[in-house]
Design a protein around this ligand. Sequence first.
Ligand SMILES: [Cu+2]
Length: 484
Amino acid sequence: MLNRRNALKVAAAGGAAALFPWDRLTGAGSEAVASSAATAEAAPIVPFAHAMPLPQTLAPTSRTLTSDLYEIRMREAQVEIVKGLTSKVRTYNGTFPGPTIKAVQNREVVVRQINELEVNTAVHLHGAHVLSEHDGLPMDTIVAGGERTYHYPNKQAAASLWYHDHAHHLEAENVYMGLHGLYLISDHNERSLPLPTGTYDVPLVIRDARVETDGTLLYTRPSDCPNMLVNGKERPYFQVAARKYRFRVYNACANRYFKLRFADGIEFTQIGADGGLLEKPVRKTELLMLGGERVDIVVDFSRYRVGQSVVLENPGAQTTERPEVMRFDIVRRAADYSFVPHRLTTYAPQPAATVERDFEIRTFPAMTINGLSYDPNRVDIQTRLGTTEVWTVRNVEAPLPAGKPDFHLWHSFHTHLTFFRVLERNGQPADARDVGLKDTVTLGPGETVKIAMTWGPYTGQYLYHCHQLGHSSGGQMGRIDVVA
Ligand SMILES: [Cu+2]
């Protein structure tokens, strides 16, 4: 919901229909959306009714000496998100979320994507270093009934990536309706570490949703989305052994942040961020994640007795929402030879920056970066391959009073092609919140971050944008051309 001050700004800008893509995409003005949200009822929330499923791993259709080839059909499917209800979703290969692709460093993956949906799509492999023509740019769409083959070289370190839709103006709704899946790259270093592996290495793809009493998955404002899904199911439970697990946590929300903590406040260990493993692990009790972000953590359930349970909560939930995200049930003992070593990887030193740039992200009066909405034909930045730059990114919106839904005032700044490091947040040196190699960084209202990246390894056309997908759909996106 908009508060009065922002509602006035929106009115001045010509109405919320011009601002929020979920209004435009429903083909109706904000009043029609408001009335549909007001008359249709959200399904009652019954936590822990589902066992948490694990996304299927996709098998290659063929292999060559150098490449694994996959085929994915984007199509509608009927799935059960809330117990007892059937929801129509957009999927990769009929599953919600899509199937997981497991890649190995330096071995190419080729994915033939066939669009059997009635909407245009573009498949972006988030966090991957790929040629521009395989990046899934907003205008490089696969029209309904069409297909496209993407090549991913995987010349990068082990990391938890994801593929998701990026078609211009459609990405937020397409991702929300189900077009997202995991893509995990492994490498020799990761395999040599004594981390939990196999069935003890588990993805948690977390996102909000609004499922209506008739099962409809409704794309609407994040403040009207009371469901929290993990791996496609409303607030599931997951049976674990009393030992260590690695969890790859994804914020796959189209339009909101969440926080995560265990109800009893236990510590866990962060071992990875967007770009792969951290150099050194970090102990934490809470995560704050915005759209697109990934955090790899290790949780030790050996502190619990068999028969106990612990709930993972979202302290960032609205006061009207239930805080539970999922429940872990400790059901058995298991041998555990895994541990988190003091050193996980070593990053190449970052060259000194030779270019500095400033960015202002705005939600009001329009979705802009430095006052401009995305124009695919406008080159916002041109830089040379190999240039190291420091970007100062500022969220100019003022914070709302505590307790007001403020999802639309947060930004998740995302760069394609390259990872960055967070140098500073609000004038202070970056701390554990921003550790590791990143491709998304959270900006609360009024916050400023300084990030540093080196452009490469490829030349071509790439993007930077807000990963609150309602914002990027609305134009909070820019084009950077990397030239030789
Ligand atoms: Cu934004």
